[in-house]
Design a protein around this ligand. Structure first.
Ligand SMILES: [Zn+2]
Ligand SMILES: [Zn+2]
Length: 68
C-alpha cells in the first residue's frame, strides 16, 4: 500500500532543502494542512500523542520515529 503523508500543518519546503527535491516533489510539499503530496521517505512518527505518517519534508525536529 502506498503511504501518504499526513502532515497536519501548512507545508513549506525550506529554502536550504529545496535542492533535495524535484519540482514535482516540491509542488506536492508546498501544501495546505492535510494535503501533502510528498512521497519522499514516508515514515511513521509520533508527534505529541498522535502517530502520523510524514514525508521527509514534513518531519520536524522532535518527532519520534516509530517502527512501521
Ligand atoms: Zn507538511
Ligand atoms: Zn509531507
Amino acid at each position: 500500500m502506498k503511504k501518504i503523508c499526513e502532515c497536519p500543518q501548512k507545508g513549506v519546503v525550506p529554502r536550504e532543502r529545496e535542492f533535495m527535491y524535484t519540482e514535482e516533489e516540491k509542488s506536492g510539499m508546498n501544501h495546505e494542512p492535510n494535503k501533502c503530496n510528498g512521497t519522499n521517505e514516508i515514515k511513521k512518527y509520533k508527534r505529541d500523542d498522535k502517530e502520523l505518517y510524514l514525508c521527509s519534508c514534513c518531519y520536524l525536529f522532535g518527532d519520534i520515529e516509530l517502527p512501521d
